[in-house]
Design a protein around this ligand. Structure first.
Ligand code: PMP
Length: 353
């Protein structure tokens, strides 16, 4: 067999479809409907391409410095990588052991966590969320663990936990790392946990430029935490690939993070489209969780998730559905522009639910 035993038993994560061509309304991968900051685009246009001859800065200091400024931390508290998927993957390798004690995460959450565990041989336990998809923090306490990972807001449920929950976990397990995956936090009504990372040396916040900063194609993610955690992440990264962040993306991301005005403008537009779409869907009889993210998690009792997804697809709207227990009848619908949300609502009205 021309594969390792490991490769033979891996079940990879399946990313959402990226259609080639066509003019479908794409609401399936939680991308931002607005372009990146014009300053990021200008920075790429002004880039001296002869510099592409050279390797990038292995620690992307200029980008880390800008992120540190925006997040109110020091540069030694920032780690950057090729998308937050890579940052998370390196964090699993850096902080979790293939021991008898499991890493805990919810049964309904980002499905990549299980894949990272299988890649590194890490034992995990999925803790059931309540019927309303909320996470019960006390289920995570009083255990022997290797670590905890919570997406906050969670995906695909779009629900958030408050800072107190993370305080309780960080205090309960001072010798284990607690990862808060904050991919969607910029759309949340609750603040980021970054300030808590100064208090708790075992709390790591992971964020991305893919959603709120419109740079999914640039592949930039980052982690904020105690300098010791960041050093460990860097040493694991340097056992894998010294140059995970390319020169062009680093330049664009730096400008994007500095352009606070554009960022807030886009976030406000998305939040407004979210509340419009959530209200309209509720009036069509959908159950809609109280979204703190740039997507809605919805179901309708009159049609299965599969039927709804294909009915939308035949009307040129692509949404995401996960064929897994508990959530197969739900759709995860990215919040797009106001016009895209209007198109979604009209398409759903045609179904006469
Ligand atoms: N975390 C969560 C919860 C996500 O939904 C995603 C997007 N699929 C990611 C992390 C990864 O995002 P990226 O690699 O684009 O930064």
């Amino acid at each position: 067999m021309l594969k390792s035993k490991l490769a033979a038993c891996l079940v990879p994560y399946v990313p959402g479809e990226q259609p080639k061509g066509g003019n479908a309304i794409k609401l399936n991968t939680n991308e931002n409907p607005y372009p990146p900051s014009p300053k990021a685009v200008e920075a790429i246009a002004a880039y001296d391409f002869s510099k592409l001859r050279l390797y990038p800065d292995p620690t992307a200091d200029s980008l880390r410095e800008a992120i540190a400024g925006a997040e109110g931390v020091r540069i030694e508290n920032v780690f950057v990588g090729n998308g937050s998927d890579e940052v998370l993957s390196l964090a699993f390798a850096a902080f979790f052991d293939a021991s008898s004690h499991p890493v805990l995460f919810p049964d309904v959450t980002y499905s990549f966590y299980k894949v990272f565990c299988s890649l590194y041989g890490i034992t995990y336990e999925e803790i059931s969320v309540r019927d309303d998809f909320t996470v019960n923090v006390s289920d995570y306490l009083g255990r022997k663990i290797s670590g905890i990972v919570l997406a906050n807001p969670n995906a695909p449920t779009a629900l958030s936990l408050g800072g107190d929950a993370f305080r309780a976990l960080a205090e309960a397990y001072p010798d284990n790392v607690i990862i808060a995956d904050e991919a969607y936090v910029d759309f949340s009504s609750l603040p980021s946990l970054v300030p808590l990372t100064k208090e708790y040396k075992n709390l790591l916040a992971v964020k991305t430029f893919s959603k709120s900063r419109s740079l999914a194609g640039g592949r930039i993610g980052y982690a904020i935490g105690d300098a010791e955690l960041i050093k460990t992440l860097r040493s694991v990264k340097d056992c894998f690939n010294s140059y995970t962040v390319d020169s062009l993306s680093a330049v664009a991301a730096r400008e994007a993070v500095l352009d606070v005005g554009y960022f807030s403008e886009c976030i406000e537009k998305i939040k407004s489209a979210r509340s419009y779409a959530a209200d309209e869907l509720k009036s069509l009889g959908f159950v809609v969780t109280d979204s703190d993210a740039n997507f809605l998690f919805v179901r309708h009792e009159k049609k299965s998730g599969k039927e709804l997804q294909s009915a939308l697809r035949s009307r040129g709207i692509i949404v995401r559905r996960f064929d897994s227990p508990r959530i197969a009848d739900y759709l995860r619908i990215t919040v797009g522009t106001h016009d895209e949300m209007k198109a979604l609502v009209s398409a759903l009205k045609e179904l006469r639910l």
